[in-house]
Design a protein around this ligand. Structure first.
Ligand code: NAD
Length: 428
């Protein structure tokens, strides 16, 4: 989405083709799995606050539902493209499969910039999105969730519209709802915590004491903040975070040698995950260019902003000290950069494994919503830890056994499960 030459869908297909060959999938299965099964593209007309009508482009793309209903977030972003949504829907299929939950992959989006929209206009977009697609989504077809620049309020507006259209209460239609309105405790923390559950296990495997490590993180939104929270609970130190500055129209990195204070930084961060630069300076942070987060001499990097963050061009800026990269964002590392990281012996915990905590918890939310019985936060986080840890070990063991990267091992497990479901259903 960020770079003109970059195409996330081509990258997702390139990753798939490589693994499909290793798995010796037949031509029919390959053809089915390398593109989405269904795509919906639609216009959402909105009466703006100034009385004009503006038409927003919306998408829902369903990659595969052989293992269960499609599942995936909805992004509001001014540079959203159909190819980005296609790639993300495919990654959702692999993500649900690698953590072994009975769901398929989907993704949605609207080309819009919530920074320039009132609450009323955002509500109208949410309701308009559901009106266009309500026949093709639902608790047993396709279950949306929040993603970049969407939150629990957006989900509740969407649920309300869906229930109004369908005349009933269907809390299992959407996840990421507010707690007390069908949401699950622990959902807000789930993706970031999941990243750190896998990181904790990878550190154990590499005989690294996590409490002795330092990290640098791209992004300071939902995933990043909760990853940092748990990483600090385990004793780690984060020395640098970066985020987007809407005023300057560029990213900045915020550095503190002795480690950032999460509570302090959260206090000067807006709801879009942008840290107030002037207040950070007053608090003693050094403000560096946006790409400096990648160049820090730390043990661990956590890209948790957008795709295409680590590329062939900047991969060699990564310090020799870095031992591990836990991909919080979707698609942060290009295949070229990935090859170089593998050659350098840096352990990369791949996106669709590392950040699967969000969808695992969404699945828990759906189970709770469908049964109308809600669990305690400890129960949710405990189940999440078990899911993520089990998935990590399955991937790590295959990676060791076949001397392949964690990414290749995760793809092999995920794709073979989906291929098997398609074959058993008689689709291929
Ligand atoms: P968010 O909107 O809460 O936060 C995004 C953060 O990235 C913000 O701090 C923003 O300022 C920063 N950012 C944007 N552009 C940047 C740039 N060029 N350089 C540095 N920082 C930049 O989003 P989120 O929910 O935390 O999601 C982050 C990533 O994780 C996305 O790739 C998303 O698809 C993925 N993801 C999210 C979830 C989830 O549950 N929220 C689950 C799985 C994957």
């Amino acid at each position: 989405m960020a770079d003109t030459g970059f195409n996330a869908f081509k990258m997702a297909q390139e990753q798939f083709d490589k693994v499909a060959e290793k798995l010796e999938l037949d031509e029919g299965t390959k053809e089915l799995l390398r593109s989405p099964m269904r795509e919906y593209h639609f216009n959402i007309p909105i009466r703006m606050d100034d009385g004009r009508t503006k038409v927003f482009k919306g998408f829902r793309i369903q990659h595969n539902d052989a293992r269960g209903p499609c599942k995936g977030g909805i992004r509001f972003h001014p540079q959203e493209t159909a190819d980005t949504v296609r790639a993300l829907s495919m990654w959702m299929t692999w993500k649900c499969s690698v953590v072994d939950i009975p769901l398929g992959g989907g993704k949605g989006g609207v080309i819009c910039d919530p920074h320039n929209l009132s609450q009323r206009e955002q509500e109208a977009i949410c309701r308009g999105w559901v009106r266009q697609i309500s026949k093709n989504v639902g608790p047993v077809e396709d279950i949306p969730a929040p993603d970049v620049m969407t939150n629990s309020q957006h989900m509740l507006w969407m649920l309300d519209e869906f229930e109004t259209i369908n005349g009933g209460r269907y809390p299992g239609f959407i996840t990421g709802k507010p707690v007390g309105h069908g949401g699950s405790l622990g959902r807000t923390e789930a993706t970031g915590y999941g990243v750190v559950f896998t990181l904790r296990e990878a550190c154990k495997g590499a005989e690294i004491d996590i409490s002795d490590t330092t990290a640098s993180v791209q992004g300071f939104g939902n995933v990043s903040q909760h990853a940092i929270e748990l990483y600090h609970k385990y004793g780690g130190t984060t020395v640098c975070v970066s985020c987007w500055d809407q005023g300057d129209k560029k990213a900045h990195s915020f550095y503190k040698q002795n480690g950032i204070d999460l509570k302090e930084l959260r206090g000067i961060t807006d709801r879009f995950g942008s840290i107030n630069k002037n207040r950070a300076e007053e608090l003693g942070y050094t403000i560096l260019p946006g790409d400096e987060w990648l160049k820090q001499e730390v043990d661990i990097l956590i890209p948790a902003a957008l795709e295409n963050a680590i590329t062939g061009e900047n991969v060699n800026d990564i310090s020799k000290k870095v031992k591990m990269i836990a991909e919080g964002a979707n698609g942060p590392t290009t295949p070229e950069a990935d090859r170089i990281l593998h050659e350098r012996g840096i352990i990369v915990i791949p996106d669709f494994l590392a950040n699967a905590g969000g969808v695992a918890c969404s699945y828990f939310e759906q189970v709770q919503s469908n049964t109308n019985y809600y669990w305690s936060k400890d129960e949710v986080i405990g189940k999440l830890d078990t899911k993520m840890t089990d998935a990590y070990y399955a991937v790590m063991e295959l990676s060791k056994r076949n001397s392949i990267s964690l990414r290749d091992a995760a793809y092999m497990i995920a794709i073979s499960r989906v291929a098997e479901a398609c074959q058993l259903r008689g689709w291929v």
